[in-house]
Design a binder for this molecule. Structure first.
Ligand code: TXE
Length: 486
């Protein structure tokens, strides 16, 4: 294993120590990753600060930043297979899913490159005869990007493409579980010709790396994707130096099937919602609300499909689900399912390792649960679907919204009026109608309530990395009373 290095300013830096990341399928260490220190964090922030304040990056025109971003997009395209393999080996997700993600990432950079030279302020009616007013939209500064393990590069790209277009500099902190692709991305930044300090990486198995980074007074903005508890800690630390934060946290999303839905499509949507990526996604549709009139039919169809899901080597194109990323996560899934069973739930499918052992957990469908039980309230982050019947639209809106979380929801119906009512009533950041688990760079993404705040993607995502400066220009030349506010 060739030891990986961190990128800190112009320097490639090994860790004072290295740690191994483990392939969840083989159980074998496969990459040697630097164990960063507080000094590494300080140096990375200093490099990002210096690149932001001085020198080629801060002097660049939007179109020049865009040209670098497009070059980076091309390099990611060229290296997509290798990056996908790194992610699959780090987190155990299907190689074909990771490959599809890698192939989609360049379009993010191309899209935001297109916005880099269109960051216009406004000319504003100041409400004053003697003042002309305008705004400048300026980059927020040094961004700390803190990432989870489930889709490292895609989730980083949600932040990075917009931050670069805005003119920010970045220190990325990959997850200890899946750091390789993000460390490797730094090499592509070099190859693309980005100035030193624009993109820096600090890795480590010590979770204090993230803490030190967020606490650093020279970090101007924190963009975090991860779990709720960590998100709260991050927001607290950032508040100590008043750095704005965006948080993309977990979810407990409802996938709602009305009796007038195309049942075949809905079943497929329920499967895609919670078993794709073995449920290790923030948008997992982990609570299925199914109208009582079609409840048996839909639950049977979902359970049948769940039982037929092929688990195996993530690199095998026939596999539909790989292992869970690490043992702690398997334990969390197992505990939540076991507790639900003790609570009286019925396991309709799965509920075990499926006979594969290791870090596998079979696609699981659980019935006879209450919406206020832990399995319906906590994010499992695994392939576990809780199914609940409902009778009326008002009832299902109330049940769906009765959650700490508010990331996303799916609605399956052919009634256009109902579509509009549901889209308004659901307290979430994204509503998919007759579809599920679709994202793109143009559409704002983020949650409400315990799913976090701030938006990624689209022009809303770009705004997270900009702030407006108001410019007042006196036009009359008169001298005014200095003791009265103007
Ligand atoms: O995430 P954490 P973990 C959920 C999911 C999962 C749970 C825990 O339910 O079971 O979170 O997963 C860094 N200051 N999601 O432990 O802890 C950490 O090193 C700053 C949902 O993997 O949130 C890592 O890089 N940073 C989610 C990152 O934060 C800190 C995706 C995320 O770690 C820190 C992943 C600190 N004090 C898990 N402590 C989603 N939204 O999709 C840790 N970190």
């Amino acid at each position: 294993m060739k030891p990986l290095q961190m990128k800190i300013g112009p320097e490639w830096r090994p860790g004072r120590k290295q740690f191994d990341t483990v392939d969840p399928y083989t159980g074998e260490p496969w990459a040697s990753v630097p164990e960063g220190t507080k000094d590494d964090v300080n140096d990375a922030v200093a490099a990002a600060r210096s690149a932001f304040d001085r020198g080629p990056w801060s002097d660049m025109l939007g179109k020049e930043r865009a040209a670098l971003m497009r070059r980076l997009a091309d390099l990611i395209r060229e290296n997509a297979d290798e990056l996908a393999l790194s992610e699959s080996r780090d987190n155990g997700k299907l190689l074909r899913e990771m490959r599809a993600q890698m192939n989609s990432i360049p379009a993010w950079f191309d899209y935001f490159a297109g916005s880099a030279d269109k960051i216009d302020g406004r000319v504003i009616d100041t409400g004053r005869r003697d003042y002309f007013g305008l705004t400048l939209r300026e980059p927020v500064g040094v961004v700390a990007a803190i990432l989870p393990w489930n889709s490292p590069l895609l989730l980083l790209t949600f932040k990075l493409a917009a931050a670069l277009a805005a003119g920010c500099t970045i220190v990325a902190k990959p997850s200890e579980q899946a750091p390789v692709s993000i460390l490797r991305l730094a090499e592509l930044f070099d190859e693309a010709g980005f100035p030193a300090g624009v993109f820096n990486t600090v890795s480590g198995s010590d979770r204090r790396i993230g803490e030190w980074l967020v606490q650093h007074p020279d970090v101007d903005k924190v963009s975090f994707t991860g779990g709720e508890t960590t998100g709260i800690a991050v927001a607290r630390s950032a508040a100590e130096h008043l750095a704005p934060v965006s948080l993309e946290l977990g979810g407990k999303s409802a996938n709602i099937v009305f009796p007038d839905a195309d049942v075949h499509a809905a079943v497929n949507g329920l499967i895609a919602g919670v078993f794709a990526a073995a449920g290790q996604t923030c948008i997992a549709g982990s609570r299925a609300f199914i109208h009582r009139s079609i409840y048996e039919t839909v639950v049977d169809a979902v359970a049948d499909r769940a039982r037929s899901i092929v688990m195996g080597d993530p690199k095998d194109p026939q596999s539909e689900m790989g292992p869970i990323c690490f043992s702690g996560q398997v334990a969390k899934i197992r505990n939540l399912v076991d507790e639900a069973i003790l609570d009286g739930a019925t396991v309709v499918a799965g509920g075990s390792d499926g006979g594969l052992g290791g870090l596998f957990y079979a696609p699981t469908v659980i019935a006879d649960v209450r919406n206020d039980s832990r399995i319906c309230r906590e994010e499992v982050f695994g392939p576990v679907l809780a199914v609940l019947p409902f009778e009326t639209e008002d009832e299902v809106v109330a049940l769906s919204n009765d959650s700490r979380y508010g990331l996303a929801a799916g609605v399956w119906t052919s009634d256009v009026r109902r579509v509009m009512r549901m889209a308004r009533s659901l307290r979430v950041g994204t509503v998919w109608v007759n579809g599920y688990r679709t994202l793109n760079y143009t559409m704002p993404f983020g949650g409400v309530k315990a799913s976090g705040y701030g938006r990624e993607n689209g022009m809303e995502g770009l705004s997270e990395f900009l702030r407006d400066k108001a410019i007042w220009i006196e036009t009359s030349g008169d001298v005014r009373d200095p003791f009265i506010i103007g």
